[in-house]
Design a binder for this molecule. Structure first.
Ligand code: HEM
Length: 400
């Protein structure tokens, strides 16, 4: 059995390594299944991460693990933390409303939001990609999609940031306490909104789900609350990092930016997949085995915590040629940026569309953009990883 002598995970969690965790991931992959001194396991090769995602015995429900405190205890966890059969019917209910057609229909509105946000910067020669575009775009989009008032953003933004501190991996009691408070405030807020929509239907996905009569089983109030909160948080704490990580990577690779500027429509779909491989906004996730399992020759006991290092798998040289090279024209990029298996990201089409529109506009409109700080300051979270700010300069903002 491979037992790690140096705790590589501690190094990943250490904020000092946030700007570049990839050398640590490379060391992890030397022993693709490792047992840490604290009894947790790390899985980091492409083949084994894929195996974990497709193993029905690998649960997302940490209440079934021997460290239930690793995630916030919740009476009614959102479906991303639930196993079948409940996961499947809740996901299906949302998916039946959150259709590809609905997402396509958002395109003109997304273009409009991006144009407004960039126009607001046109008199200046500097902007912060995060505050001026990458954060407000997905927030506005998810509010309008769900039917959550955009004006409430400052409130739920604070709570959601508090809740994200729940990604403390069970080792920080103060962060857990703050996360609980954030979660309770968000749930209270959502409950009130849901009650209002129950009495008076409104536009948006939440109202559509509440008043859905096409299914045999209906969501309870508690299920509605956690599902709505999941969509709100997943909808705006991740895409911000995809847009920002993309821009950071492009400005570090001027040839790729030039290619994008010349042929945005041809280049972008593949380029976005390559960013999801190379600088994924979600770096790892958790599972726990429901029975003893053997993975890569290592026995993992029932209930152990398994850290599934998707960002390490995305750079596995056994799967990707020159994995540390950013190649927007790379072929066969089946990355784990959106996870894999039955919990594969439900919002992937929306995240891709928002990023496509944001990057196409940036490439068309920014004349000679430059990074003002490299590396930029990073957010605290090692899981939802991305810059806190990305200040850039440019010569001119073109009008298109
Ligand atoms: C770039 C942006 C995004 C990234 C990188 C991302 C990443 C992920 C990942 C890695 C998972 C799997 C977690 C696991 O298996 O443990 C996931 C699940 C999920 N994501 Fe996303 N996500 C993004 C945007 C969105 C958006 C915009 C929404 C909704 C509007 C969304 C909704 C969800 C939901 C509901 C799940 C749970 C699916 C399930 O359990 O069946 N995500 N996401």
């Amino acid at each position: 059995m491979a037992v790690s002598t140096i705790n590589l995970l501690e190094q990943v969690l250490n904020y000092a390594n946030r700007a570049n965790p990839y050398p640590i991931y490379a060391r992890m992959r030397e022993h693709p299944v490792q047992r840490q001194a604290d009894g947790r396991y790390i899985v980091s090769s492409y083949a084994l991460v894929d195996a974990v995602f497709h193993n029905p015995q690998m649960s997302v429900d940490m209440r079934k693990s021997n460290e239930p405190g690793i995630r916030l205890e919740q009476e009614e966890p959102p479906f991303v933390f639930l196993d079948p059969p409940k996961h499947d019917w809740l996901r299906q209910l949302v998916a039946s409303k959150f259709t590809p057609g609905l997402i396509d229909s958002m395109q003109p509105r997304l273009e409009e939001i991006v144009a407004e946000l960039l126009n607001a910067q046109s008199a200046s020669q500097r902007m912060d990609i995060v505050d001026d575009l990458a954060y407000p775009l997905p927030v506005t989009a998810i509010c309008e999609l769900l039917g959550v008032p955009r004006a409430d953003e400052p409130r739920f933004h604070t709570w959601s940031r508090m809740l994200i501190k729940g990604t403390h991996l069970g080792k920080d009691a103060a962060a857990a306490q703050e996360a609980r408070q954030g979660r309770d405030a968000l749930n209270q807020y959502m409950g009130e909104l849901i009650d209002k929509l129950q009495r008076q239907p409104g536009p948006g996905l939440l109202s559509a789900i509440i008043h859905d009569t096409g299914h045999e089983k209906h969501m309870s109030r508690a299920e509605l609350i956690t599902t709505a909160t999941l969509l709100l948080i997943a909808g705006h704490e991740t895409t911000v990092n995809l847009i920002t990580n993309s821009m950071l990577t492009l400005l570090r690779h001027p040839q790729a930016f030039e290619l994008l500027r010349r042929q945005p429509e041809e280049v972008l779909p593949n380029l976005i997949e390559e960013v999801l491989r190379y600088e994924p906004p979600v770096q790892f996730t958790l599972r726990t085995p429901l029975i003893d399992v053997t993975l890569g020759g290592v026995k993992i006991p029932k209930g152990a915590i398994v850290m599934v290092m998707t960002a390490a798998a995305n750079r596995d040289p056994a799967r990707f040629e020159n994995p540390d090279r950013f190649d927007p024209q790379r072929q066969n990029i089946e990355h784990f940026g959106f996870g894999g298996g039955i919990h594969y990201c439900l919002g992937a089409p929306l995240a891709r569309l928002e990023t496509y529109i944001a990057l196409r506009s940036l490439a068309r409109r920014l004349q000679n953009p430059r990074l003002l700080q490299d590396p930029p300051p990073y957010r605290e979270s090692p899981i939802l990883r991305g810059p806190l700010h990305l200040p850039i300069s440019f010569e001119r903002m073109n009008v298109v």
